[in-house]
Design a protein around this ligand. Structure first.
Ligand SMILES: Nc1nc2c(ncn2[C@@H]2O[C@H](COP(=O)(O)OP(=O)(O)O)[C@@H](O)[C@H]2O)c(=O)[nH]1
Ligand SMILES: [Mg+2]
Length: 180
């Protein structure tokens, strides 16, 4: 009986997808998380430590972890990867800084996610309202070429200010994780 109840509970509980959000300081991670969760622009302070949010979209709960802090701690981000289903990589499309740090961290993080298929990565070309770089330049900045065999990605321009692209981003996440 207990086992049957457990199975029914599992069926009723929404599927949970765990994502790690990576992006250099000020790319808009915290603003994006609150925009996704609350639909509004919240004034942020620099994130120290982990900022974990659960956002429900249709019948999926996305648990999104933002790890903030000074650049030195990027070297420990890969410890958060086991158990994650994918990543959100957020880029300030008006200012592509800390390229090497981002590329190294991204690669080490991907290598720590255990998966027997390509890992979904949603790339948000954020701040599209003040954008200066093309998708191609952004993909080069991230170093997608070095890691293309391990990931399955989509780049979507977003703006936390206007809300542009955010529905498209959720739709991609939803389609990707319902088809798995
Ligand atoms: N113009 C513009 N500014 C943004 C956008 N998203 C975030 N910001 C601003 O970028 C700054 C850094 O945002 P924050 O979320 O704290 O970045 P984090 O360090 O990556 O968490 C803040 O001043 C935000 O208001 C956007 O889409 N457009
Ligand atoms: Mg932050």
């Amino acid at each position: 009986m207990g086992q049957v109840l457990e199975k029914v509970q599992n069926l009723l509980q929404p599927k949970k997808i765990r994502l790690f959000m990576l992006g250099v300081e000020s790319s808009g991670k915290t603003t994006m998380l609150y925009r996704m969760k609350l639909g509004e622009v919240v004034r942020t302070v620099p994130t120290i430590g982990l900022n974990v949010n659960e956002i429900k979209y249709n019948d999926i709960v996305f648990e999104i972890t933002e790890a903030g802090g000074v650049y030195k701690i990027y070297s420990i981000f890969h410890h958060f990867m086991p158990g994650k289903d994918g990543m959100i990589l957020i880029v300030d499309s008006s200012f592509l800084d800390h390229k090497e740090l981002l590329q190294t961290t991204f690669k080490t993080c991907i290598n720590e996610i255990y998966a027997n298929k390509k890992i979904p990565v949603l790339i948000l070309a954020n701040k599209s309202d003040i954008r200066k770089f093309t998708d191609m330049e952004i993909l080069q900045y991230i170093g997608v070429d070095n890691i293309e065999d391990k990931i399955f990605y989509k780049i979507i321009p977003t703006s936390c200010i206007s809300g542009d692209g955010i529905n498209e981003a959720f739709n991609w996440l939803y389609q990707t994780f319902t088809n798995q």
